[in-house]
Write a protein that binds this ligand. Structure first.
Ligand code: URA
Length: 301
């Protein structure tokens, strides 16, 4: 956790060293010109008692911070309907309390299920304000690859490169993923690649269960529209979310399990995340076994 810098701290510091230090500490994006003390916001999540910059705001613009309020007494803003609250753009002047998880989920599911194409689903996601990650992300990362595909690949969350480009798996892990797929004869045109959450978590942290839950109706609808023969879950976080289990990836990987989605049982294979393989090249042997299982599945299904 970082203490905010005072003017005294700043006087003799070389700006480049400061930026390097910030980056090493995981601070790699400027959200606002003035610091926000997250410790003062109590139990209310982002988008709650604090107003966020509107999507198009530039880093240099002034962001107004709404006064903190006691966590025990959330002052809910009265809005015409939950749907209007979820789908209206974030406002600076009228802080809102996000919907309760179940209410948000119901509304997200209604909005996701109304989409009859991936374009409509993307539009619904762009209008959706029920996942707090949206507030800190630069871009929505919806999918990369084919619109319909036999193989659907689902990772954890967009990282920095993905956030900047607005597409999943375009950074180093994505490049390794492409090489892994090429090794079993698959190109981007053969697969549909997405993530469990559609916006980058700050500092590349693992998405929280609430964030995954908020995005889940859209992911379920996406799976229905893509109609994959099977799903590959990359890494522990995606595997746990999709398989609804709590075991670690080393126990989960390598065996097919059926996941019920929209009335279909979809065979799903968990495997190691390419980012993990970049850090742990010795584990590529296990990943190769899993890739061969995918290749076999493609031949037999
Ligand atoms: N890691 C992921 O899980 N997803 C991406 O899109 C990029 C890196």
């Amino acid at each position: 956790m970082c203490r905010a810098m005072t003017d005294d701290d700043r006087t003799d510091i070389d700006p480049l060293s400061l930026l390097t230090w910030y980056q090493a500490a995981g601070v790699d994006a400027a959200l606002a010109a003035t610091p926000i003390n997250w410790l003062e916001r109590g139990a209310s999540p982002p988008g709650g008692s604090y107003a966020w910059p509107a999507r198009g705001d530039q880093p240099g613009s002034q962001v107004t911070e709404a006064p903190a309020r006691p966590a025990a007494e959330p002052q809910r803003v009265i809005t015409p309907s939950p749907a209007a609250q979820l789908h209206s753009p974030p406002t600076r002047s009228r802080p809102q309390t996000p919907l309760a998880a179940s209410e948000a989920e119901t509304d997200a599911r209604r909005s996701a299920n109304a989409a009859t194409s991936l374009d409509e689903l993307e539009a619904a996601l762009r209008a959706f304000n029920g996942c707090t990650l949206k507030a800190t992300a630069t871009n929505l990362c919806f999918y990369r690859g084919a619109a319909t595909a036999r193989t659907m690949i689902i990772g954890e969350a967009p990282g920095r490169e993905e956030d900047l480009e607005g597409k999943p798996f375009v950074g180093r892990a994505g490049q390794l993923l492409d090489k892994m797929l090429a090794a079993i004869g698959l190109s981007q045109a053969d697969v549909h690649i997405t993530n469990v959450v559609y916006w980058r978590p700050p500092g590349n942290r693992t998405p929280t269960p609430q964030e995954a839950l908020a995005c889940r109706p859209f992911l379920d609808r996406q799976i229905t529209l893509v109609q994959p023969d099977f799903i590959v879950a990359l890494g522990g976080s995606a595997a746990k979310e999709l398989l609804s289990v709590s075991e670690g990836i080393m126990r989960l990987r390598g065996s097919w399990r059926n996941v019920p989605i929209a009335g279909r049982d979809i065979p799903t294979l968990a495997t190691l995340h390419p980012a993990y393989l970049l850090r742990t090249p010795a584990a590529k042997q296990l990943a190769w076994t899993d890739l061969l299982a995918i290749k076999t599945k493609l031949r037999t299904k």
